[in-house]
Design a protein around this ligand. Structure first.
Ligand code: FES
Ligand code: FES
Length: 158
């Protein structure tokens, strides 16, 4: 059986018909064409599929689309503003926090929410904050640098 739901994605209401078992990650990628959300493990382990649900990071591969009917979702496509890339996106580019980029959308969403909750984190807090996201390429040093740099950029722009 299919359900008609409305997801508010990156500020725009999108109506979509989905089977009850449609994952949010598949709904975003296949039904709505937002392929910036990546799917790695599909088991909630890697964090690549992280999106923001009412501002909180969630694993879209563990979320059924019907359960978020009417809610606000931000994907990596929605992080940039009218002025261009967000401070978190700019920091990742500046600090070489990405190589292949597969994990990057999940990191960007996670870090955006993390810095909103903790605008001046310690190294330890950064490690804890990103511990749910796996990267096969970067060794994490540059990602950690990018989180601190993003905190600086956000503070400068506040
Ligand atoms: S694809 Fe969702 S956590 Fe890995
Ligand atoms: S940049 Fe390649 S997996 Fe993280």
């Amino acid at each position: 059986m299919e359900h008609e739901i409305t997801l508010v994605v990156n500020g725009a209401a999108r109506r979509v018909r989905v089977p009850a078992r449609r994952l949010l990650s598949d709904c975003l990628r296949h039904d709505l064409g937002l392929t910036g959300t990546h799917v790695g493990c599909e088991h909630g382990v890697c964090g690549c599929c992280t999106v923001l649900l009412d501002g909180e990071p969630v694993r879209s591969c563990l979320t059924f689309a019907v359960t978020v009917d009417g809610r606000d979702i931000t994907t990596v496509e929605g992080l940039a503003g009218p002025g261009g890339l967000s401070p978190v996106q700019r920091a990742f580019a500046e600090c070489h926090g990405l190589q292949c980029g597969f994990c990057t959308p999940g990191f960007l969403c996670t870090v955006t929410a993390f810095l909103e909750a903790n605008p001046a984190p310690t190294d330890e807090e950064v490690l804890e904050g990103i511990s749910g996201n796996l990267c096969r390429c970067t060794g994490y040093q540059n990602i950690v640098k990018a989180v601190h740099r993003a905190a600086e950029l956000l503070a400068e722009e506040a």
